[in-house]
Design a protein around this ligand. Structure first.
Ligand code: PHE
Length: 361
């Protein structure tokens, strides 16, 4: 800054003016103080305090400006200019100190907030698959491994697909309103997933090899072993020359996969309208292996599914010639299987969704 110029002179005799010189010295002084104080500023608060003291409304520079009144009108412009120069000099110095402080604060923050990627993370609470979903998927896997496709159908079905096409007589007890939820005379909530098999047989040509998992409905009162909503997995194979031996072999393989290699099965004659012959299928108890225990009620065997050779009437209803083709079908309750596998004594636990229960699976 050119101090020389600001030595105010009396324009008449060209002699420096006393008051002007004093103000000028004061300005020099203020600048020097500012420079030396700035060297010791280490935080924003002190910087702000300084700004107020030097360039603020009631600060030192304002004080100097106030004294301008004592100068002659000729002296004032030069002094005013000098004050402004000192002001911008000080402001410039303060700005560079502010920038320095901001930079330091930023790098201090970056150091503080640095991520240590080696610290073990917080494990997010993960959900898990419901035991019924797990059971369904496990069974699906087994059949997918045997070359089956998965087929699904609507839960609201026609009475025809759920009963008539499945060779269920007009007066069969399962048709009763006490057992089945009817929506209209012709539609109902499916009582089994067998109508999915009807849909597939009607819409495709053999060979057919499917399993049909899904939700089914029956007008049962809720208790430890009954629920009006439950799940089934049914299977259907239609081809030339399919025999009862194929059915037994398939179910044996399935049981060994699901319950363990040592598992055996047995068939007991039964009646289903849609299969002939029909059987109920037991597996050797997965707890005692057949000796008899609490889980199998001392029997050594546990019933898990119904099965049989597809009734010729069912095939005919779906446009498949029973003289050319034959097939087997089987069906089982998923809840039942899951309860058995996990030793669950009350079916309601599977629907209440109490996390303390679900977390065990
Ligand atoms: N649909 C039968 C039921 O719900 C089970 C079954 C399917 C039986 C296929 C035999 C063949 O009880």
């Amino acid at each position: 800054m050119g101090w020389r110029f600001f030595v105010a002179k009396n324009p008449i005799n060209n002699i420096p003016i006393e008051r002007g010189i004093r103000m000028e010295q004061r300005l020099k002084e203020i600048l020097e103080i500012a420079e030396s104080e700035l060297g010791g500023i280490t935080d924003m608060k002190a910087l702000e305090e300084m700004r107020v003291r030097f360039t603020g409304k009631k600060g030192m520079l304002t004080e100097v400006l106030r004294g301008m009144g004592q100068l002659s009108p000729e002296e004032r412009p030069a002094m005013g200019k000098l004050v402004n120069e000192v002001r911008s000099e000080i402001e410039g110095l303060m700005t560079s100190v502010r920038e320095k402080l901001e930079k330091e604060a930023l790098s201090a923050r970056l150091v503080k907030e640095k991520l240590d990627v080696t610290i073990p993370g917080k494990r997010p609470a993960l959900g898990r698959k419901h035991p019924l979903t797990q059971a369904i998927e496990e069974m699906e896997e087994i059949f997918i491994g045997l070359g089956y496709d998965i087929a699904e159908g609507p839960e609201i079905e026609t009475v025809y697909n759920n009963f008539d096409a499945l060779n269920t007589e007009e007066n069969h007890p399962s048709r009763d309103e006490q057992d089945t939820f009817y929506i209209t005379d012709n539609t109902l909530l499916r009582t089994q997933t067998s109508p999915v098999q009807i849909r597939v047989m009607k819409s495709s040509e053999p060979p057919i090899k499917i399993i049909c998992p899904g939700r089914v409905y029956r007008a049962d009162t809720v208790d430890a072993t009954h629920s009006p909503v439950f799940h089934q997995i049914e299977g259907l194979v239609i081809d030339k020359g399919v025999t009862m031996g194929d059915l037994i072999g398939t179910l044996k393989l399935f049981a060994k996969n699901l319950f363990g290699e040592e598992t055996d099965i047995r068939l007991r004659p039964h009646h289903f309208p849609f299969t002939e012959p029909s059987a109920e299928v037991d597996v050797s108890c997965w707890v005692c292996g057949g000796k008899g225990c609490r889980v199998c009620g001392g029997e050594g065997w546990i019933e898990i599914l119904g099965a049989g050779m597809v009734h010729p009437n069912v095939m005919k209803a779906c446009g498949i010639d029973p003289e050319i083709y034959s097939g087997f079908a089987f069906g089982m309750g998923v809840e039942r299987a899951a309860m058995g596998r996990h030793n669950i004594s009350d079916l309601r636990l599977l629907f209440e969704n109490d996390l303390r229960f679900l977390r065990q699976f």
